[in-house]
Write a protein of this length. Sequence first.
Length: 233
Amino acid sequence: PGITNTGRRTHTHTHTRTRTRTPKQSCPHGKRERERERGYSAKMGCCASAPADPVAHSKDQEISKMLKKEKKERKNEIKLLLLGAGESGKSTIFKQMQIIHKDGFNPRDCLQFKNIIYANIFQSMRVLLNAAQQLGIPLRSENRDASARIMTYSDAQIIQNIMDIMSPATGEAIASLWADPGIQECFNQRNKFQLNDSAEYYFNHIERICQPSYIPSQQDVLRSRVKTVGITE
């Protein structure tokens, strides 16, 4: 009911379409571009391994061990920087630490201070003689030759030839001047001029110091004065 048959045949056609998928071929150029965009770079190369040199390896281990040892020692080091005006005692503290906390100065090191000690003695006596003249303090007449002997040399000659100047005869002249009442009076007024604080010590030991076989003692080295230039480590 409700269907009208017109007498015509109805044909139904069924079409089946088959698709064949071919595998995608990779494009090397495209792959490199994508890797470049991602931050990658393709590198190719070859390498060859060579047997390690036992001598070089041993030397490398020795250097590494030495560096580790130095690094460990630096952690235990305490560094002090001594600053101060002239004649404030910076070098004296340095030498005191050498004597107290180490083995002090060996005879070879002490001999290096010999010319410094000689120059300190000679220049200190020159300072006293100049001060006596400026202060109007007379000396004994028998010490005129000794005074002239000391004042003959210039500062340049003292620095360059002090080892030849400080003979036993020069030591006797300095000892005679040190015993002069005028020099003693001038020494008592040393607040009016600059004089090394080690002058009295050296003058009291002048006979020992002027001997040809003289080797400075630890105290002699400690009391020596030399102008410090730069940094002493």
